[in-house]
Structure formats: C-alpha cells, structure tokens
Design a protein around this ligand. Structure first.
Ligand code: PAF
Length: 300
C-alpha cells in the first residue's frame, strides 16, 4: 500500500519511525525524494521510477508552492489534481512492479505545514539565479530554494531528483545543497518530450490550439542552434549562433534565448566544455521554457 500523508505531524511520526527501523535493521537504507507541484506527467513519473529503482524508500512531495509565483503569475490557475496524481503514481508502481511499501506521498493540505506562522527565512542562491528565468521572474528562485530546503528538512533524503527542463533550477539546488552542506545527492533527469519534441510541462495544457506551431518553435530553435555547434568549432559556431539568436529575438514572444556555459550560466569562454542553449517563449495563456546541452569542439 502506498502511504499518503497530508498532515505534517503524521508524516513526521512516520519519518521518525523509519529512522528507528533503519537503525534497528542496521543495514544501509537510502531515501530518495522527488519534489513536485503535482499535475504529474511522464516526466515526473520517470523521476519517481528512477528513485524507486535506486533507493529503498522514495518520497514524492506534491505541493503548489505560493512563494515561487509572482503576483501576476498563474498560482491560482495552476492545475491541482491530487486524486489523479495518486492514481498515476499507483499505476506506475504496479506497471513497473515496484514494491508499493517503498513509496510515500507527502501532499500537505495546508501552507502552514511548510511555512508555519512567523516563518521568515528566505534561501537565496546568488550567482546562478539572476539571469534567464531569474530576470523575468523576480523572486521565483528564492521561493523555489526556500521550499526545496523545507522539503529536504522534512523528508531528510539522501538524494533528490529534478527534471533537466528546469535546468537553472537544478543548478541552483545543487549549489544550495553544496553551500549549506546538506549531504544530499542531486540528480538531473532527461527532459521528456511529446512526439513533436515539445518538452512536457504541467503548463502545456494552457497552450491554445492555434499556438501549437509557435510552441514547437521553442524546441526547434534550440535544436537548430545546437546543430550549429555540432557542425563546427566553437570559434566559428558561436558568432553564427549569436546572429541567429538576435534574429529570433526580434519576435517579442521570446523572453530569452541564450547560449551559456552550462556550469556557470555565464557567457561561454574559450574553455567551456558544455554549453546550455536555453529559451523561454511567452504565449497568450502561458510561458514555456526548454533547453539543450551541447558539447563544444575547439580548434585551439
Ligand atoms: O520544479 C518544480 O515542480 C518546483 O519548482 C519544485 C522543485 C517542486 C519546487 O516547488
């Protein structure tokens, strides 16, 4: 039976008992966590599957975190589909023949569980969060870092899994864990895409029918820029990529489209081994983000 907790006190009793059990058994026991905001799709399920394969216990958290949404963003309309999410997780467990005893869902029913009254801390990871999404969504990454820190404090995992679609988020969480010495391994998992290449996202349901083609221009553009780097050395490819980006950015739907060092998220240097090509596209009802990594060839 998959255990489901909606109340922090109950979850904490379970979590303390798990520690006691682990101590009594005296054998190594790893705990993986998959933090989500629900409305699960194949991307999320692939993270849960990976954690179930790699760990003795997997905890999936489902919580739509108000702190990572700006005042004009889509917090109110963000899809909340807990019943459906639980069914999807149970189906995955059955299909992949995982042991349901190893899976715990924590879906707090009140913000108080995560942010008790008088909660006043903010985790802010500098250096990786000022550009790309950080520039167009001020405060977003502080909200993500703060909630992820809280979820880590509550679940006490050994490792955590995040989708590579949110590449900047993944890098920021890795840095937070390093800076705060949290001793949690952070694993990025490949982006899952639909048959046309569009990265799966809970927000894709807001794409209007007549904006599908525009939405697909996001992965197509990233792939086209990646090809530029595949074909030739960095020295030749980079100026061509920048030209292409400048052309694209004339269309105001692009919030950003950039080629950056995949570790620092700064402008690439002549020593950058892997680039990230990252883009964000604004549609009438939603915004989409995506990225591709590319290894660089040099002539020098
Ligand atoms: O990627 C997400 O779904 C969210 O940003 C996360 C990591 C669950 C924090 O709310």
């Amino acid at each position: 039976m998959v255990k489901i907790f909606k109340d922090l006190d109950q979850f904490e009793i379970y979590r303390r008992n798990l520690d006691l059990e682990i101590k009594l058994l005296g054998t190594p026991h790893s705990i993986g966590v998959v933090p989500t905001m629900g409305n699960l799709h194949i991307g999320h399920l692939s993270l849960i599957h990976k954690s179930l394969k790699d760990n003795d216990t997997t905890m999936v958290t489902i919580y739509v975190n108000p702190k990572q949404f700006g005042p004009k963003e889509d917090f109110a309309k963000y899809p909340r589909t807990l019943k459906d999410d639980i069914l999807k997780i149970k189906k995955l467990v059955k299909k992949q023949k995982h042991d349901s005893k190893n899976l715990i869902i924590y879906a707090p029913s009140t913000d108080q569980d995560i942010y008790p009254s008088r909660f006043s801390s903010v985790i802010s990871v500098k250096g990786l969060t000022e550009n790309l999404c950080g520039k167009v969504r001020p405060g977003h990454f502080d909200g993500v870092a703060t909630v992820v820190y809280r979820l880590f404090a509550i679940t006490k995992p050994d490792c955590a899994y995040f989708g590579q679609k949110d590449y900047q988020q993944y890098l920021m969480i890795k840095k937070m864990v390093h800076d705060l010495d949290l001793k949690i391994n952070i694993y990025p998992m490949p982006t899952k895409r639909d048959e046309n290449g569009l990265a799966l996202s809970s927000r894709n349901q807001f794409i209007k029918k007549d904006e599908r083609a525009k939405a697909l221009s996001l992965p197509k553009t990233l792939t086209a820029i990646k090809k530029i780097f595949k074909k030739q050395s960095f020295e030749k490819a980079y100026p061509k990529a920048i030209k292409e980006i400048q052309k694209k950015m004339k269309d105001k739907s692009w919030e950003y489209l950039e080629v950056l060092d995949s570790v620092t998220l700064k402008e690439p240097t002549q020593k950058t081994p892997i680039l990230v090509i990252a883009g964000a596209l604004k549609l009438s009802n939603t915004r989409l983000i995506d990225n591709k990594l590319v290894e660089v060839k040099y002539v020098h």
